[in-house]
Each structure stands twice: as C-alpha cells, then as structure tokens.
Design a binder for this molecule. Structure first.
Ligand SMILES: [Zn+2]
Length: 220
C-alpha cells in the first residue's frame, strides 16, 4: 500500500474546518489546505487558516473567487485578482515555496486550468504548483466518496486526495476515512507526489501542455 497525501480545498469554513483540524490532530497527521482569498478576507475565517498553519499543516493559494478557471478567464487582470490578491491575504501563512493549486471545475485536469499569464506569474514568483490525482467527488455524494477514495488509493503508489472542508456531511466521515487508510496499510504523508507537481519553486519540471490554455508554453 502506498503513500497518501490529504488536501482540503475551498475553505476555510467556520462550520467545517475546525472539525477537520480536530480530526487531523487526533490522528496526528499533516495535511494541506488550499484556501480561497474571498474566505480569508474575513478576519474570523482567516483565524481558522492561522490555526491550521500553527498545527503544521501546509497552506496554499487556491484563487480568490474560484469562479472561472484561469485558463478560461480572459480578463487581463485575472492573475492579479485571483492569485496575487489571495497571496497578499495569506501573507506569512504561506509556506516557502508558495503553493498554488488551480481549480478545475469538477476536479477535471485540462487546458482550462491555467493561462500562459498565470504560468508566467507562478514561475516569476517561484511558486510550486500542486495538482492532484484523486478526486472522490465528495460534493456529489457526501457519503460514498470515502469508498471511492479508498479504491483510488489502493490502485496507485502515491495518491493526492482532494477533499473540501466546506462540506459538513462529507467531512463527518473524515476520521473513518483516515482510519480505513491506516488499516489498509497506507502511510499518510504531507509531501505531494512528484507527478502532481508540474512547477517546483518556479521551475517547470513536467510537461505543462495538457493544462495550459493555448499550450504555447515552455515544457520541462
Ligand atoms: Zn476548488
């Protein structure tokens, strides 16, 4: 059985994130939180991300509005409005290197994920870009996602699971999910699988052509 990294997107959420942090603390595992700028713009919500950072979880940028995937966002200010504005709010909570996870709309990986301008920005600002290889669709079936994620984890040596700490019912199964992973012999790790990291500290280390709009971009 392989290594499994846990990540939580779209938060923080006052009704769900504290529970997720409690479960992770109880289990003694580290995870990653890819937060939205529009959420941490509220001081109360930002406190939840501060707690996550204090508990040694990894904090990354997941855009400001999460509305239009960057590869489809034709606004000339998209990079500033979605990536840079969120990073300013994260401030010292961001790790070094800074982490950015584009959003796919339903977890799909494709050329809609990033624009050439976004890639340029990630490179120029020495980001690590974090994708995923397991989306159990916890927002579609807030119960059955656990079995889908377990089956996925059993099928590969390194799994990076995307969950959402904004879904109370889905996250009510988190402790059982972690217990099942451990029972199955998986190791829960904070590091991301290399295959899910196309840009590392501003360096393109994998072929980006599959997830950049226009695809006229430097490849590894
Ligand atoms: Zn998302």
């Amino acid at each position: 059985m392989g290594d499994v990294a846990l990540s939580f997107d779209n938060g923080p959420d006052p009704a769900v994130t504290p529970h997720v942090l409690d479960v992770l603390a109880h289990r003694g595992v580290r995870a990653s939180f890819f937060v939205l700028g529009k959420n941490i713009a509220s001081a109360d919500r930002k406190k939840l991300t501060e707690r996550a950072a204090a508990e040694r979880h990894r904090i990354g940028n997941h855009s400001f509005t999460h509305r239009v995937p960057l590869g489809n966002d034709t606004g000339s200010d998209a990079v500033e409005r979605e990536i840079a504005a969120t990073e300013r709010l994260l401030g010292a909570l961001a790790e070094n290197p800074k982490l950015f996870r584009p959003f796919g709309g339903g977890g799909k990986i494709g050329p809609h994920l990033l624009s050439p301008a976004a890639v340029d920005h990630l490179i120029a600002n020495q980001y690590t870009c974090v994708l995923w290889n397991c989306v159990p669709e916890d927002w579609i079936d807030q119960d059955a996602w656990v079995d889908r994620a377990l089956a996925d984890a059993a099928s590969k040596p390194e799994t990076l699971v995307v969950m959402h700490d904004v879904l109370p019912r889905a996250m009510s199964h988190l402790d059982r999910f972690i217990g099942s992973l451990l029972d199955a012999g998986h190791r829960i790790v904070a590091e991301f699988p290399a295959a899910c990291v196309p840009i590392e500290r501003g360096r393109v280390v994998r072929d980006m052509s599959g997830f950049v709009a226009g695809a006229d971009v430097a490849t590894a």
